[in-house]
Design a protein around this ligand. Structure first.
Ligand SMILES: Cc1cc2nc3c(=O)[nH]c(=O)nc-3n(C[C@H](O)[C@H](O)[C@H](O)COP(=O)(O)OP(=O)(O)OC[C@H]3O[C@@H](n4cnc5c(N)ncnc54)[C@H](O)[C@@H]3O)c2cc1C
Length: 452
């Protein structure tokens, strides 16, 4: 391949560029935000101020593409959570300590801009990758293929003609609001069908100065599952670089935390385990409370299109973005990049649509979508779309989830899925289901015996 052009230099775009650098003479990445923004959040990634957890599968992928990544991140200030400072609460009840998953590497806890800056640094150090700053305004199509990108370099007048960047392969990594579907339609192609699940999620995040005198906490997750007498909420505290804690509280629909610091502290005290309220009241808040609303999870079904131009793919949130409470987004982007690598290593014909790529990505999207939407369908006010066989799947899922609290092996298999190291279908295997039924029978017998 001569030149590949990637639109967007966030997690997906940078990882795509890294993969493409092995296959193209030159990789050009076009990004609308200013050059290196260091470790600060930036306008093109407005969710960057919110808590971002990198799942173990994402960590494995980053290490694959950038060997030594974890060590480098640690040297730059990433935090490794201490086992004694890690707590998980479900419905207010402290859970057994999480098990270490073999092969998942060092767990890194950082802010999102820090992680992205580390990936950007490694990507831009590769000789055949360069970043151009400007806004992509369209894809150039010639016959049945994409042959370039129209973009406006930063600072150039809106009256001037857009600049064309020719390409053998164009990669859309412009995130969940990507305009690729509009550009396809404007050029006589069919837009990919979009599936949405309305979740109406509300986040509020605040940063605090970390102080061992106040707490030795490094990671806390608090999840309240919906029930007639319970409101679904997720909260989290992460110890991050520069001796800080980042704290998240969230709610759905009308349960909407505001930017008021006093209200933030009051919600921490009222709705979450006591460590939330304690840190919110005792530690120094750094900066403002920052809120974020995500209306839906969404996926674009590129694989369903009968006609699609050659020389064009999409990656990351531009394909699918999920309820962020499950922390799947950056790991999905990294897995899509590995799909791109597998596709290109197969030496495909670039004058044909990249169907094999979209088929691979679909496997990753289906898996993440299944995990996140199955949980979200239990939320009040979320009423579909339901997958075929939903009633049975959710019954079996509830049983395996409940038994993961009592059977360490089921807990391990469950963790492999929630950390994206294994496909959710592994939980439907007879060996797991039989084990879960056995655990339920044993638990039932024990509780009947103790009731006597
Ligand atoms: C509140 C919240 C919390 C989250 N928490 C987590 C978490 O804990 N763990 C996790 O893994 N994921 C999390 N996510 C998801 C994660 O943020 C995304 O999945 C991830 O950022 C996707 O990366 P991306 O590169 O596909 O898109 P984005 O990060 O959205 O980047 C798109 C890029 O394209 C650029 N761009 C857009 N349009 C143009 C244009 N016309 N021209 C040039 N450049 C353009 C933008 O400037 C930006 O750099 C969270 C998301 C939200 C909303």
């Amino acid at each position: 391949m001569g030149r590949a052009v990637v639109l967007g230099a966030s997690m997906a775009g940078l990882l795509a560029a890294r993969v493409l650098s092995d296959h193209a003479e030159e990789v050009v990445v076009i990004e609308r935000d200013a050059a290196d923004t260091g470790y600060e959040p930036r306008p093109g990634v407005p969710q960057g101020s919110q808590v971002h957890a990198l799942l173990p599968a994402g960590q494995v992928q980053l290490e694959r593409w950038f060997p030594g990544f974890a060590e480098e991140a640690l040297a730059a200030g990433a935090v490794v959570p201490s086992p004694s400072g890690t707590r998980m609460y479900v419905n207010g009840v402290l859970q057994p300590p999480p098990q270490r998953i073999a092969g998942s590497g060092i767990a890194l806890v950082t802010t999102r801009p820090f992680l992205e800056a580390m990936v950007r640094r490694r990507t831009t150090a590769i000789a055949n990758i360069r970043i151009l700053h400007g806004r992509a305004e369209g894809v150039v199509f010639t016959g049945d293929r994409a042959t370039g990108v129209r973009y406006r370099p930063t600072g150039e007048s809106a009256d001037a003609d857009a600049t064309i960047q020719p390409a053998d392969l164009v990669v859309d990594a412009m995130g969940r609001s990507s305009r690729l579907s509009d550009w396809l339609e404007e050029n006589g192609w069919v837009r990919p069908p979009m599936q949405r699940m309305p979740i109406k999620l509300n986040y509020a995040t605040a940063m605090f100065r970390r102080d061992e005198q106040i707490s030795d906490i490094s990671v806390v997750v608090s999840q309240t599952r919906p029930a007639p007498d319970r409101v679904a909420r997720i909260g989290g505290i992460n110890a991050v670089e520069d001796n800080r804690w980042i704290m998240l509280i969230s709610g759905y629909a009308d349960d909407r935390p505001s930017r008021d610091p006093a209200e933030f502290a009051a919600r921490c005290r009222r709705d979450f385990p006591s460590v939330f309220g304690y840190i919110a009241e005792q530690a120094e808040m750094l900066g403002d409370v920052i809120t974020y609303h995500q209306a839906d999870s969404r996926r674009r079904e590129f694989h369903e299109l009968e006609r699609f131009p050659a020389g064009l793919v999409a990656i990351g949130d531009a394909v699918a973005s999920f309820n962020p409470v499950y922390g799947q987004g950056m790991t999905s982007a990294a897995l899509h990049a590995s799909c791109l690598s597998a596709y290109l290593r197969g030496e495909p014909r670039l004058d044909e649509p990249a169907r094999e790529y979209f088929d691979k990505v679909r496997v990753v999207v289906d898996a993440a979508w299944q995990v996140s939407t199955l949980a979200d369908l239990a939320l009040p006010r979320v009423d579909g779309p339901y997958p075929p066989g939903y009633a049975l799947i959710s019954k079996l899922g509830d049983m395996v989830l409940a038994m993961s609290a009592v059977d360490p092996e089921i807990n391990r298999r469950m963790s492999m899925v929630t950390t994206m190291l294994a496909h959710p279908s592994t939980l439907a295997r007879p060996s797991t289901l039989v084990r879960a039924v056995g655990a339920r029978l044993r638990t039932g017998l024990r509780s009947r015996a103790s009731a006597r």
